[in-house]
Design a protein around this ligand. Structure first.
Ligand code: 13P
Ligand code: SF4
Length: 316
């Protein structure tokens, strides 16, 4: 029957997604910031590093990347022969948008003897201008493998760059980009929460501003924060990153209390990434059924970008 006449209930969508996935040999991957119902049906959930690694290893014919556009591009660059789908083509990233390739090119031309390191939250065009891609999960490890006197440019996330400079003692030249979610967490509100919950540990993503990094019990990627909470003896945590991660934290540690930190805006919580939340169960179903929207990366850009991504995978 034409599904125009069927109520697209969550149960129906879940069943159809499972059927289509099998029929088409598709793999559904989801970032930790995805809606709970998408994380529930995903074959694989992870941080940016794990998603890139998994994409490079899968033998599925189709990858449905439930995340944002740069995650789909990274998967396509690593698997040019596979069909890479994304539920909503408008799911971008304010951090990736804060680094336009034309401007980044001019910036790096000012420092010709520098190694260019870019965060994975960038377009394929910026990756093509980059020597080594990093994620928040491996940036420190990768920078520490470079000779101490190596001159480095780091972009686009300024807060992550400051964090890596502080833990490695390097003096990387930083691009001034930021994520609109992480850059807006409020130190004042988090300190109020800490006063209400003195026993709670503070978990902070390195895309947050330096004062927040300094009050953290743990600074790390989504996977690192999850891992810390799973192996730590505390009962309560204040989580300073996009609130989607709480789904997996609560699933892994049902006996613990996770409190989502609020943003600075008094009107809203502001701890959700509107781009990540564009993907819905219905869009996952439609994209798997119609095999679109599909991610394309032009061959010349991909051939340059793949080198910087593969360098990351080798070094992490
Ligand atoms: P992770 O690599 O820590 O999952 O972060 C991705 C991201 O978009 C953070 O805003
Ligand atoms: Fe980009 Fe920020 Fe959303 Fe992560 S949370 S995808 S960095 S806009």
């Amino acid at each position: 029957m034409d599904d125009k006449h069927i109520a697209l209930t969550p149960n129906y969508l879940k069943k159809e997604i499972a059927r289509l996935k099998k029929e088409k040999n598709a793999l559904i991957m989801a970032h930790y910031y995805q809606r709970d119902e998408i994380q529930e049906i995903a074959d694989f959930i992870g941080d940016s590093l794990a998603l890139a690694r998994q994409a490079s290893q899968t033998d599925a014919d189709i990858i449905v990347m439930c995340g944002v556009h740069f995650m789909g591009e990274t998967a396509k660059i690593l698997c040019p022969d596979k069909k890479v789908l994304i539920p909503d083509m408008n799911a971008g990233c304010s951090l990736a948008d804060s680094c336009r390739p034309e401007e980044f090119k001019k910036f790096i031309e000012k420092y010709p003897d520098h190694t260019v390191i870019s965060y994975v939250n960038t377009s394929a065009d910026v990756k093509a201008l980059t020597d080594i891609v990093v994620t928040s999960g491996n940036a420190r490890k990768i920078v520490e493998q470079l000779p101490e006197d190596e001159k480095i440019i780091f972009g686009p996330d300024h807060n992550l760059g400051e964090y890596i400079n502080s833990v490695t003692g390097r003096n990387m030249i930083l691009w001034k980009g930021a994520c609109h979610v992480h850059d807006r967490f409020s130190l004042e509100k988090i300190m109020e929460l800490k006063n209400e919950h003195p026993g709670a540990k503070i978990l902070v993503h390195p895309e947050c501003k330096r004062p927040l990094q300094l009050i953290a019990d743990k600074v790390g990627s989504t996977a690192a924060l999850l891992d810390f909470a799973s192996n730590d003896s505390s009962k309560e945590y204040i989580v300073v990153t996009e609130s989607g991660i709480l789904f997996e934290m609560r699933r892994k540690c049902p006996e613990k209390v996770f409190i989502a930190a609020p943003g600075e805006d008094v009107e809203c919580q502001c701890n959700e990434c509107d781009f990540m939340k564009m993907n819905t169960l219905e869009k996952v179903y439609e994209c798997l059924k119609n095999e679109k929207p599909e991610i394309y990366v032009d061959a010349e850009t991909a051939s340059k970008a793949v080198k910087s991504i593969e360098r990351m995978l080798e070094m992490s």
